[in-house]
Design a protein around this ligand. Structure first.
Ligand code: NAD
Length: 496
């Protein structure tokens, strides 16, 4: 499969004229190329629109940052891109696509390795997979891998149907379900922070941790994605995948080895231990919100219901806060609070681990209370870790004051960390599926969130819109924690 240790493959991108291909995939492949991680490869762009290979290559060129690179490199890079105009629902053009694939395989010595990247609307996934098999594109002498974007289904039932369809052509270990959060540097770092530090692992349980908070907030609204978002909402768009994945990484047991199977199986156990919600409990554990108009950076912005392609009476949530309980020995009694939303005050993805108070406070701070220790993992836009401690305030009195120990990834590396897509694409080419979602994780996550969406879809939320754009969500999200004697640590105060 490999020669000179460098992986080799033909990458077919379905949806090659789309936004994802342009913004993420072409630049990621280019970065891998300039770093010398890809040597023998070719790309076939597939999309419906008629386009010449030359025009496609120009589009690829425009999508990559070329300022620091010699034109020779760029020209060699884009010369490996080919275009095939093709309606994925039309059987006749798969044969021609296969011919082109065979030809490139020979020309570039690609050893029959193929990656099929579906950067298209999910309703096409099943049809494409079936055609790939029927028309012989998966009949290769090397490896074949399918990469698919979220959403993987709309609920458990549709996810099962979709999985069945793609499994006709690919086995589970050939399916790479992208969750781009799993490619983020600091999400991958959760494991290392936990399992490579003697000071954390002994404390990482219900004896020492009071609660864990995971926030992923955006300033942007729904933008042009109203049509998609109306059917999705924040629960399907963020909680079912990214948020539950982060919780699984925070809560899992140490794997016996750092192999794909061992890590995934520990994550699966966390998802199996999530306390399932009965319909009548949903609104005790979960809060939904929808943004109204407001001001962001001094500019007035419309409410969700005024956005393009959105129903004027929409019942779709643009914010979710929830309390998850993980019923196992390690976590019994420790709430994991999650919240995510659009049009919030700050763009931030952060994890706050709040440790329990010490048994007795001997010291005073100016406000008479001692801050709990916090470990903050900054996922984006900053990347880093902050440990909040209490230390002596300089001066004569024995007064305690909060101090922060910071580690900032950007500061340490002095360069931007690689884009999540670049890492994931490289993992896929090398055949490492650790940072992709296994079917068992997808199924368990859907069965958890389905209970919530069933209740929310059957009851119209009369209070919508219930939070102003530019705020941190509805009041009920604060009350969710207040009931337990906690509060959300303000993400903006926790910056590195
Ligand atoms: P897009 O609408 O910009 O592009 C869709 C592509 O599919 C285009 O190239 C179009 O030509 C092609 N296409 C549509 N119908 C076709 C047909 N019948 N035959 C052949 N080609 C056809 O979409 P996008 O934003 O690039 O997103 C693609 C997928 O990635 C979606 O599943 C989306 O949910 C997911 N995704 C996108 C982003 C993002 O940043 N854009 C992020 C996460 C997930």
């Amino acid at each position: 499969m490999k020669q000179n240790g460098k992986p080799t493959a033909l990458i077919m991108i379905f949806g090659a004229t789309g936004d994802l291909a342009k913004r993420k995939l072409f630049p990621s492949i280019y970065n891998l190329y300039t770093k010398g991680k890809l040597e023998r490869f070719a790309v076939i762009g597939v999309a419906r629109r008629p386009l010449s290979t030359k025009d496609f290559q120009t589009a690829v060129k425009n999508s990559i940052q070329t300022s620091n690179d010699s034109p020779a490199d760029v020209n060699d890079f884009i010369s490996r891109f080919y275009y095939h105009s093709h309606d994925v629902t039309d059987s006749s053009s798969y044969t021609a696509l296969n011919q082109l694939a065979e030809e490139l395989d020979g020309n570039y010595s690609l050893e029959g390795n193929r990656i099929f990247y579906l950067a298209m609307a999910p309703e096409f996934f099943g049809t494409i997979a079936e055609h790939l098999k029927k028309d012989g594109l998966t009949n290769v002498r090397g490896f074949k891998r399918l990469v698919i974007e979220k959403p993987f289904g709309h609920d458990l039932e549709s996810a099962i149907a979709l999985n069945k369809q793609i499994r006709t052509a690919f086995s589970e270990n050939e399916i790479y379900r992208i969750d781009h959060y799993l490619g983020k540097e600091m999400v991958q770092n959760i494991e290392v922070i936990r399992f490579a530090n003697a000071i954390f692992e002994p404390l990482w349980n219900n004896r020492y941790i009071a609660n864990i908070q995971v926030t992923s907030s955006e300033i942007l609204g729904v933008e042009e994605r109203g049509r998609y978002y109306e059917k999705s909402g924040a629960l399907r768009d963020m909680v079912q995948n990214h948020m539950l994945q982060m919780v699984a990484l925070l809560a899992m047991e140490p794997p016996i080895r750092l192999t794909t199977d061992e890590i995934r199986s520990e994550k699966v156990k966390v998802l199996r231990a999530l306390r399932p919600l009965k319909a009548e409990e949903v609104n005790d554990y979960f809060v939904r919100g929808q943004y109204g108009s407001g001001k962001i950076n001094g500019e007035k912005v419309p409410g969700y219901r005024e956005e393009p392609m959105v129903d004027k009476e929409s019942n779709t949530e643009t914010f979710v806060a929830g309390k998850l309980m993980i019923d196992n020995f390690r976590w019994a009694g420790v709430p994991f609070y999650i919240r995510t939303g659009k049009r919030m005050k700050a763009k931030s993805t952060k994890i706050v681990i709040q440790f329990k108070d010490i048994p007795m406070n001997l010291y005073y701070q100016t406000d008479q209370t001692l801050n709990p220790n916090l470990l903050v993992i900054h996922i984006q836009p900053e990347e880093g870790i902050t440990l909040h401690l209490n230390a002596k305030k300089a001066g004569q009195n024995m007064e305690a004051t909060p101090v922060k120990l910071n580690f900032s990834n950007k500061g340490a590396d002095g360069m931007n960390t690689p884009e999540a897509y670049e890492k994931l694409l490289y993992d896929c080419i090398r055949g490492d599926a650790t940072n992709f979602t296994h079917w068992d994780e997808v199924a368990l996550s859907w069965s958890f969130t389905d209970k919530i969406s069933e209740v929310w879809e059957n009851t119209k939320e009369a209070s919508f819109p219930n939070y102003q754009a530019g705020t941190m969500g509805p009041k009920a999200a604060d009350e969710l924690l207040e009931k337990d004697g906690f509060f959300w640590w303000p993400v903006t105060d926790l910056d590195v």
